[in-house]
Design a protein around this ligand. Sequence first.
Ligand SMILES: [Zn+2]
Length: 137
Amino acid sequence: MENHYICPHCRGHLRVGENIVLKVRNTQREKGILLLHPEVGNYTSLINPHFTIIEGERLDFFCPLCMNYLDAAIDENLVYMIMVDRQGTEHQVYFSRVADEQSTYRVSDDGIMLTGVHSYKYTHFKSSDQQMSSLQN
Ligand SMILES: [Zn+2]
């Protein structure tokens, strides 16, 4: 079984096939559907070319099912979802809502894994080198 992503508010399933489906809004308040890759640390994403994203702007992320913000309370630049792994264990996956910023943190009972070239920016999460390398492999 593969990883699943669920909304922290309504617990609705956000993954469809090889995509995590999210609703986003840019600073011009345009709305769009954003598809993210379900593998943590893979920053491939898809959005309609008519939706403008300015580098460095902060996007609003919403659950497309209950329309709640996915904002993380710990930092205004982070959003989060719940990931359910193959064993059925739940993890919190935090990532940056700043366009073109690559920082993702998987928070579990056994520790934190971080990935992305900008992951140093958010110091709420500390991780050992060993955990970092295991995620990058
Ligand atoms: Zn929801």
